[in-house]
Write a protein that binds this ligand. Structure first.
Ligand SMILES: NC(=O)C1=CN([C@@H]2O[C@H](COP(=O)(O)OP(=O)(O)OC[C@H]3O[C@@H](n4cnc5c(N)ncnc54)[C@H](O)[C@@H]3O)[C@@H](O)[C@H]2O)C=CC1
Ligand SMILES: NCC(=O)COP(=O)(O)O
Length: 337
């Protein structure tokens, strides 16, 4: 039986200060008792909370100080002081703040000062504008952790559906050229190991979606399934993993089909995220598998259009905090065994 609680707090990077990050983190803190959340601290700009949320914040310098303050205020480590924060109006100063907060949060997790890393929503457009060269946070965190980007797997996890986009933030037109046997094998292995380590699933069942309509209809609607997917899946099966596919993507997400696998690996971003977000937009979590640290995030973005209106729902952030705790505890238990 794993210990109930972690002995380190969770680090949460605030994300873009003009987005809903400060509000959903504040609301998650308000729910700390009702949702039974572990202690956490935010990393960002102290002044970015007041325009979004009217709860108490306290400045701390050391993650360990979170424990002393968590009951009475949201502990914040200030990484950057923004010139001004206007909800819904992102600027480059705020993007620098989001970038630095992410960097610091990774550092705390890697250094063993935080039990896990939870990232608040960032705008990729804004980050790219200040020199961020990675497709997303997933690849950035992987690089900072010394993990090759093919071995760091983006998984979106909802109550009864987990999906992995095998290609992530690339143009749809380039997906076919990126899908090769090596990538598919790496994603399958990393997903299976990630499910074991983070979710405690001993023998994960994986399902792979085909790329073409009807999984290629025996080669009549595209040959990627025959030439690339089938040999890669056969290789992974021969290594002892439980994998089925390539399956028709249009028929593998209904309720009965979902009960037959622990994760669906999909060819591209929207093939994976449309079913997941349609079913579980406010409950799902983005978790990165294959890292030496635990990293989760809400599944949604910055929602600039509703920032500052006190209508953002914190459920996905709360689920991300709970999943980070669960994954960290599962890893502790696995390491102790
Ligand atoms: N984890 C992350 O950092 C993610 C970041 N993004 C970034 O977010 C930016 C905006 O992307 P969009 O496609 O507009 O997606 P979005 O998730 O920000 O918003 C989509 C729709 O859902 C609503 N929404 C989102 N979160 C909500 C919440 N907690 N409560 C109530 N309503 C909510 C928004 O108001 C909007 O109508 C992009 O720049 C993208 O790069 C997108 C997804 C994940
Ligand atoms: N669509 C998922 C998403 O945008 C999250 O990406 P990342 O920044 O966590 O890599």
């Amino acid at each position: 039986m794993p210990p109930r609680r972690l002995d380190l707090p969770l680090a949460i990077s605030v994300g873009d200060p003009a987005g809903i990050g400060p509000e959903i983190i504040g609301k998650a803190w308000e729910a700390r008792k009702s949702a039974d959340l572990p202690p956490f601290f935010a990393i960002g700009d102290m002044g970015s909370f007041a325009p979004h949320w009217n709860g108490p914040v306290v400045k701390i310098d050391d993650p360990a100080d979170s424990f002393a303050h968590f009951d009475s205020a949201l502990p914040v480590i200030e990484v950057h002081t923004c010139l001004s924060v206007i909800p819904g109006e992102p600027d480059l100063d705020g993007a620098h703040c989001a970038y630095q907060a992410l960097e610091m949060a990774i550092g705390f997790a890697r250094a063993g000062s935080a039990a896990a890393l939870v990232t608040g929503p960032v705008s990729k457009t804004q980050l790219y504008a200040v020199g961020f060269t990675h497709p997303g946070q997933t690849e950035f965190i992987a690089e900072r952790c010394g993990v090759s980007k093919n071995n760091a797997v983006m998984m979106l996890a909802g109550p009864d559906l987990r999906v992995v986009p095998m290609t992530t933030h690339i143009p749809l037109a380039s997906v076919a050229s990126k899908l090769d046997g090596r990538l598919i094998r790496q994603r399958l292995r990393a997903t299976a190991k990630g499910l074991q380590r983070n979710f405690g699933i001993e023998n994960p069942r994986l399902a792979v979606a085909g790329f073409n309509p009807h999984a290629g209809e025996s080669g009549n609607m595209g040959r990627e399934e025959i030439d690339i997917f089938e040999p890669a899946i056969a290789q992974i099966r021969s290594e002892g993993f439980d994998v089925v596919g390539p399956l028709s993507a249009d028929t593998m997400f209904h309720a009965e089909a979902r009960s037959h696998y622990d994760a669906a690996l999909c060819a591209y971003h929207d093939q994976a995220l449309i079913p997941l977000k349609t079913l579980y937009f406010h409950d799902a979590v983005n978790i990165t598998l294959g890292l030496p640290v635990v990293r989760t995030s809400p599944d949604h973005g910055t929602a600039f259009g509703i920032a500052g209106q006190n209508i953002a729902m914190p459920h996905s952030m709360i689920a991300a905090i709970k999943m980070a705790e669960m994954a960290a505890l599962n890893r502790q238990a696995a390491d102790a065994a």
